[in-house]
Design a protein around this ligand. Structure first.
Ligand code: MN3
Length: 197
């Protein structure tokens, strides 16, 4: 199956002024597109290896599969986690779960922000739900090919690799994360929470 770049559910300029048109266009059209192309290439090469029975480059292509596959999935989540009508705070089951696991929405927001700002180099902050661990957890991802907390269901993520914000925010990652809260699509985040939460 060939993977394709998902169409954004809004225009490149729709998240202004929090997320600028030039960065969104580059981030989606070039960076995300490169992950899709890399994922397709890795899958093609692994298929060739299965056909020929030659696995001399298996380590390389498994790494490519993990890097580009995770990049494609994380960016797909990131785009749908945002909306021009976003911001504010969640309600319903998600809000109740956040209050149970973090004390309050404000405490959750403070921890998520601190985690995102502190990620070293490329990476993500990620809210996930783990049935096994009994609730919501915040994870920081320094290399998305090593995506952690097996079995956790990703709900919300923010991209803090420099390409995600540098044109507008330069080295001010904290300003990017603060602006990003204004475009979080809580309906989308809520819809990802499993029924057993
Ligand atoms: Mn990115």
């Amino acid at each position: 199956m060939k993977h394709t770049l998902p169409t954004l559910p809004y225009a490149y300029n729709a998240l202004e002024p929090h997320y600028d048109e030039a960065t969104v266009a580059l981030h989606h059209g070039k960076h995300h597109q490169a992950y899709v192309a890399g994922l397709n290439k890795a899958e093609e090469e692994l298929e060739k290896a299965r056909e020929s029975g030659s696995y001399s480059l298996i380590k390389h292509w498994e790494r490519e599969l993990a890097f580009h596959g995770s990049g494609h999935l994380m960016h797909s989540l990131f785009w749908t986690n945002m909306s021009p009508d976003g911001g504010g705070s969640p309600d319903g089951t998600l809000l109740a779960q956040i209050e149970k696991d973090f004390g309050s929405f404000e405490k959750f927001k403070q921890q998520f922000t601190a985690a995102a700002v502190a990620v070293e180099g490329s990476g993500w902050a990620l809210l996930l739900f783990s049935n096994e661990l009994g609730g919501l957890k915040i994870a920081t991802v320094e290399k998305h090919q090593d995506l952690l907390l097996t079995g956790g269901i990703p709900l919300l993520t923010v991209d803090v690799w420099e390409h995600a914000y540098y044109l507008k925010y330069q080295n001010r990652r904290a300003d990017w994360v603060a602006a990003w809260w204004n475009i979080v699509n809580w309906q989308d985040v809520s819809s990802r929470l499993p029924d057993q939460a």
